[in-house]
Design a protein around this ligand. Structure first.
Ligand SMILES: NC(=O)c1ccc[n+]([C@@H]2O[C@H](COP(=O)([O-])OP(=O)(O)OC[C@H]3O[C@@H](n4cnc5c(N)ncnc54)[C@H](O)[C@@H]3O)[C@@H](O)[C@H]2O)c1
Length: 353
């Protein structure tokens, strides 16, 4: 199979590209490196440094993928309230652009990573199920849900490509960007701990998530186009074991062999407990529970992090559009990162004669 992986220089995408190559497929990664790293692209994959918002017709038609795995996105859910225009452009328009290119190039299957953010606030104490009515509570989740609808409507109208939508949550592991201050709580904790800085916890740290180690997730996502029951279906994907953010902070510290040192920050507006049911995934993919013990998964990630240089802080790829309500720690990061990035040269509509 020939596969294009957008976002393949990022965390999950690089693992998907790696599994594809291990399984003997031909891979082209497309990534603008706004949140990923060239070194993440696995050996054997082709690489095109380009935005999913650019004209993709020529590279797609030249490569002629059988399947497209579209993972490129700026996945900062909390920050998306403050960068709504950028969020919709990058994550929703980008998806429409990749889908059109996939269609024109004859792709038969489109795999999309949505998010459990589409569910919004929990409707009950039960984990989210795919049959629950989505009610996303932030622009990130709204864009993901719009992409899901667009994929379905596109396929119904044009008859192709078939799609598989995954709704992952709280994935962590090797090659995750630990230098983005606005997302990836596990990465943020590891980065801070390595610098001897306190681990920032919003509110009382009792909010819970099911953290999910990457490998089994990447294997499942990779299998979608060749899995009969996965065609035109939606799957939650991730771990089943709830862990509080406070407990995560303690475990990260313990794995790195440092005393726990937590900085309590004012509570921010976020979903308190977010968990998903994975019975449908297990049934269709024949997969087993995706929880590797949290400690073991963190040890693997820590071994990677400790043997690789920590990248410089990743700036938000867009100016912040709405500063109101930005948590003070994020406001500081926005200002620090803005000041650190040299102002771009002005673009001239007409070159001077
Ligand atoms: N990590 C998680 O826990 C999680 C949870 C739910 C959903 N997801 C989704 O999974 C996908 C991958 O997430 P990840 O955690 O690997 O993030 P990531 O940031 O590591 O990877 C995303 C990649 O997309 C690239 N990218 C962003 N905008 C681009 C653009 N306009 N053009 C080209 N490339 C662009 C980035 O450079 C990066 O390499 C995303 O769609 C994300 O929304 C992730």
């Amino acid at each position: 199979m020939k596969a294009i992986v957008t976002g393949g220089a990022g965390f999950i995408g690089s693992h998907v590209a790696e599994v594809l190559i291990e399984r003997g497929h031909q891979v082209l990664v497309i990534d603008d490196l706004s949140g990923g790293f060239r070194e993440n692209v696995p050996l054997g994959a082709g690489f095109l440094h380009a935005s999913v918002l650019s004209d993709l017709q020529a590279p797609f038609e030249q490569f002629r993928p059988d399947a497209v795995y579209h993972l490129a996105a700026y996945a900062a859910e909390g920050l998306s309230h403050h960068i709504p225009l950028f969020n919709y452009q990058n994550n929703l328009e980008g998806t429409a652009n990749v889908l059109a290119a996939a269609y024109h190039a004859g792709a038969e299957h489109f795999v999309f990573t949505s998010s459990i953010a589409v569910y919004g606030h929990p409707h009950s104490a039960e984990p989210f199920r795919e049959s629950d009515a989505p009610a996303p509570a932030d622009p990130y989740g709204i864009a993901k849900f719009a992409c899901e609808n667009h994929l379905r409507a596109f396929r119904d109208y044009f008859g192709r490509p078939n799609f598989t939508i995954f709704r992952p949550h709280n994935v962590y592991g090797e090659r995750q960007n630990i230098s983005d201050p606005f997302r990836n709580v596990v990465g943020i904790f590891m980065n801070r701990a390595l610098r001897g800085e306190p681990l920032p916890v919003f509110g009382d740290g009792a909010q819970t998530r099911s953290f999910s180690y990457i490998r089994a997730i990447a294997e499942c996502i990779t299998s979608a186009p060749l899995t009969e029951g996965a065609r035109n279906e939606i799957f939650n994907i991730g771990g089943d074991v709830p862990t509080s953010v406070g407990e995560l902070a303690n475990t990260v510290s313990s794995v790195l062999g440092i005393p726990p040192n937590v900085q309590s920050l004012p509570e921010r507006k976020e979903v308190k407990h977010a968990h998903a049911c994975h019975k449908k995934l297990y049934r269709v993919f024949g997969a087993e529970a995706m929880d590797m013990g949290l400690r073991e998964g963190l040890e693997r990630m820590a071994a990677y992090v400790q043997s690789h240089p920590v990248p410089p802080a990743t700036p938000c790829p867009s100016p912040v559009e709405i500063l109101d309500g930005l948590p003070p720690s994020w406001r500081q990061s926005v200002i620090a990162l803005r000041d650190a990035v040299a102002a771009p040269a002005p673009v001239l509509a007409h070159q001077p004669a």
